[in-house]
Ligand binder design. Sequence first.
Ligand code: PRX
Length: 655
Amino acid sequence: MTDQIFYPHKELFPNSPIRNMCEYDELVEKFENDYEGTWEAFAREKIDWYKPFDRVLNEDDAPFYKWFEGGELNVAYQCVGRHLATRKNKAAIIFEGDNGDQRILTYRELYYEVNKMANLFRNQFDIKKGDRVVLYMPMIPEAAIAMLACAKLGAIHSVVFGGFSAEALRDRIIDAEAKLVVTADGAFRKGKPYMLKPIVDKALESGCESVQAVCVVERNGEEIHWEPGRDYSYNELIKNESVQCEPEIVEAEHPLFLLYTSGSTGKPKGVQHSTAGYILWAQMTMEWVFDVQDNDTFWCTADVGWITGHTYIVYGPLAAGATTVMFEGVMTFPDAGRAWKMVEEYQINQFYTAPTAIRLLHKMGQDEPAKYDLSSLRVLGTVGEPIDPPAWKWYYEAVGGSRCSIVDTWWQTETGGHMISPLPAATPVKPACATFPLPGIKAEVINPDGSKPEVGEQGLMCITKPWPSMIRTIWGDPERFKKSYFGDAVKDGKPVYFSGDGAIVDEDGYITITGRTDDVINVSGHRMGTAEVESAIKKHPNVAAVAVVGKPHEIKGEGIFAYVVLKEVPVDKRDETAEDLEMVKEINAIIKQEIGAIAMCDAIAFVPDLPKTRSGKVMRRLLRAIAKGDTITQDTSTLENPAIVGEIEAIVSGG
Ligand code: PRX
C-alpha cells in the first residue's frame, strides 16, 4: 500500500491555481531564479496595501528577517472589509453549536461585529496599537471576531487554548503583560455546559497586575462571579457600540499575534508572528493547498487556540474570501457520525483535521461515512502528526470515496502556514507522506553541516531560506529565538531554521516526516514539552526524580509516559499497590492544575532510580525504548547504574 501512488482526480479541480506538476515545477523554478521578485509579485497581487512596500526582504539582522518593509496594511481589512465590494452577502462564518444550533455571519455582518468589538476594546478598555489582549475562548464566532477586532486596532492577540489550566493561563498573561482578557462564561460540550470564566478568575488571583479588565461573552448563561470594576459583560456593552470603526493601519512587520507553544526546555515560548508576511502566506496556502473556490464551504476542525485554528479557521479562509465553518462541539457527539452529518448538511468541500481524529472516527464508526452523502468533498486535509497508512487508507476510501485528494500538510506554529504538502490537482501522492515543499518554501532535509543525507537516511527538517510567514522572534526573548531555531544546522556558512523534526527523502524526492528529534511529545497533534510535564510532576512533595517520554498510542499518536522516583517508598512492589494508584491520581491532579488535562499521563511507572550516564544525564532514549516495549540492544555498561535498566524493564512489563 505505501508504495502505491495516488493520482489526483483532475476533473475535480478545473480551476486550481496549480493544475499539474509542470506548473508546480515552473513556479518552483521561478522562485529559484528570482526569489524576492516572485514573492514581491505575489505580495502585490494578494494584499490590499494601504501603502505599498518598498523592500521585499531585509536580511541585515539575520535571523531577524524583515519582509515587505515600508508597506502598510490592516489584516481586518484584508480579511473582511475589502470583501464587502464583491461578497457582502456571502457567508463568512457558519457556526454550529454543540447542540446543533446554527448561526451564519455574512461578510457584511462579520464586518459590523468586528467593528463593534473593536470599538468596545478601544472605547471601553482603552486598547491601542501594540497592546496585548489574551483571548481565552470557546469555539464560538466571538473568538474569531475578537481576533479580528484586535487586528483592526493593531493590538496583539494571544489566544490561549481553553483546555489550559489557570496556572498555564496566568503564565501566558504575565509573559505577554496583557492589558485585557476576553473570555466567555463557558460553552457547551457533549450536551453539557462547561466553564471558562472561573479559570480566568483563578488565573487573575495573583501576579497579573497588567490586566485592567475582563470582557465576558455570555454563551452558556451559567452563574459566574463578576468582579466589580474588572469584569464586563460583552453582551451588554456591545449594544452601545457603533458598526463603523476606523482601522489602525500598521506597518508590515507589526506583530499580529503571539501564540505560546512548547519547546524541549523551559517554559512555553510566545511565538511572534508578523502582519503582512503571515497573512500573505495564510491566504496563498488556502488557495493552493485547499483549492478553495468561491462557492466552497471549508471546514477545519481545529480549535482556535492552536495555530491551525488561527491560520485555517480564521485568517486564511477569510483573507481568501471563503466560507469557514466553526464547530463548538466534538465530532463524536452525539455519535461518531456527527462530522459526516455536518459534511452532508453544509456540503463541505474541504475537510481538514488531525490524524488522531481520523483514527478515533475510524475506530468508533468505521461504517458511519457510508450513511451520509459526502459527495461534495474534494480535498481532505491532515495535520499535526504523521498519519499512519491504515488511517490514511480509511480516510481516502471511506471518507473521500477514493476520489478526493488527501493533503498531508506539514508545518508548525512557527512556520505560520503550510510548508510541505501535496497540491490537490497536481501532486501524485504516496500515502502518509507530506510529499514536496510548496513553491517558495526552501524546505530541505540536511545534516547539521548542510550536506544531504543518503536517500532513505534520516536528516534534519530545515527551511534554508527565510519565508514571509516565519516566526519573527520569541516574545521578550530574542536570544532564545536564535538558539532554539538557528543553532543546529548551517548551510553555505549560514545558520538555517531547524524545525525540530526529522525527515527522510526517498529515491523520488518525496519527503516523509519522521517526528520530533527533541524532547517534545506530540499528543493528539499537540506539542507537549517533556520538561514542562516533568516540572509539574516535581511539584508533588513525594517525587524525588522524574523523566517523561512519549509512548506510541493507538489513538493519540503518542501518549505521555512518566518514570517517577519517589522520596519515600512505602512498599517494595510499587506497581501493584493502592498507594500507587493514589499517587497516580495525585500526580495527574497536579498536572491538570499546572498545565491542563491534555498533559495528563497515560501511564506512570514508579521506579527505584533513573538510568543515568556518569555525568548524570538521564538516558531518555533507553526510557523511550522501554516504554515502547522494545528490546534493549544498546550497550548499558557505561551507565552510572547499569543494573537499573533490567529493573525498570521488569516493572514496566509487569514482571
Ligand atoms: O512534529 C511536527 C508535527 O507537529 C509539529 C508542530 O506542532 P504545532 O506547532 O503544534 O503545529 C501543529 C499544526 C501545524 C511539527 O514539528 N506535524 C505537523 N504536521 C505534521 C507533523 N508531523 C507529521 N506530518 C505532518 N503533516
